[in-house]
Design a protein around this ligand. Structure first.
Ligand code: Q0N
Length: 286
């Protein structure tokens, strides 16, 4: 890290340049809810998400090349290839939730996909749909149609990231379902390497980039509990917090319960003990 140059910040991650060709992505233990980063951290959250991303990158190589070069021994830092990122977020939805549900309710469509009438909140879709978004000036993601996305990246490029996104989602959602986790939706980012080839980048199918739901509690017709953040959300609702900065501090039992849920997601999906990952992060790549 001595000569890594800080080049960017997300809400809960930091990006450093190692050299012209490589970046270091560092996942913190910060947690956000209702779009606000809370003052209390969840110990090991960044390691869980880094390990899960590594797991999915290793298991989706046959679908799409990715940016991962190495996981560092700290378990929270990923060395990756430096790419030219596409200016769209590649969202795939297998279930109707969040902004997808909101848009469907008001227009009957999501990003130009006309859906059947009378769907309920959290219903499973007959087929997963590709629903791209852009980073709006506000920092908030804004859903766009595939026609608008094609204007940003080109029709050919868009068709290819749509095909890859759906294939990645289907592979992961099928695996997760066998582990008792519904991946309701997820957001992918792609970049281009020096040869103009598409590369799967950023984080891969983590609870921060996706909606994870416990399958045994799935009940369409309303919002679903979050696999990872539900204790935090419930606590925040109980405090009467108005969901603007700053957020409340979390009590120890909420921190411990939330940490346990992240680790449970890791262990269910990877079928590996989290302690094995901590002892040697590269084990998740095998
Ligand atoms: C990159 N972002 C958006 C970390 C995540 N492999 C790459 N090459 C070039 N640029 C990026 C990547 C990746 N991944 C991705 N920004 C730059 C998300 N960031 C926000 C800050 O924290």
């Amino acid at each position: 890290m001595a000569d890594a140059v800080h080049v960017g910040s997300g809400k809960v991650r930091e990006l450093y340049a190692l050299d012209d060709a490589r970046l270091l992505l560092v996942a913190s233990d910060r947690i956000s809810t209702f779009d606000v980063v809370l003052p209390t951290e969840i110990p090991d959250k960044g390691r869980v998400l880094t390990g899960l991303s590594g797991f999915w990158f290793a298991r989706t190589q046959s679908v799409c090349p990715n940016h991962l070069l190495a996981l560092r021994p700290d378990g929270r830092s990923t060395e990756c290839r430096r790419l030219r990122m596409l200016p769209i977020e590649c969202v795939v939805r297998g279930y109707l939730s969040g902004s997808g549900w909101k848009d469907y309710r008001t227009t009957g469509e999501v990003c130009g996909h006309r859906l059947p009438a009378a769907l309920r909140e959290s219903d499973r879709l007959a087929e997963p749909i590709f629903t791209p978004a852009t980073k709006a000036a506000s920092g908030h993601d804004e859903n766009i149609t595939r026609t608008q996305a094609a204007a940003l990246v080109g029709a050919e490029q868009l068709a290819e990231v749509e095909r890859l996104s759906i294939a990645l989602y289907q592979l992961a959602a099928d695996h997760a379902r066998g582990c008792g986790i519904i991946i309701a939706d997820t957001k992918f980012e792609f970049g281009l390497d020096g040869g103009g080839r598409l590369v799967f980048a950023d984080e891969a199918l983590t609870p921060d980039s996706s909606r994870f739901w416990p399958a045994d509690e799935y009940k369409p017709g309303g919002p679903q509990p979050s696999f990872d953040k539900q204790f935090v959300r419930d606590f925040c609702e109980r405090t009467g917090w108005n969901k603007t900065y700053p957020g409340p501090q979390l009590p120890a039992d909420v921190v411990a319960g939330t940490r346990a849920r992240y680790i449970e997601a890791f262990e269910r999906l990877t079928s590996m003990k989290f302690s094995t990952y901590l002892a040697n992060p590269t084990t998740v790549l095998k």
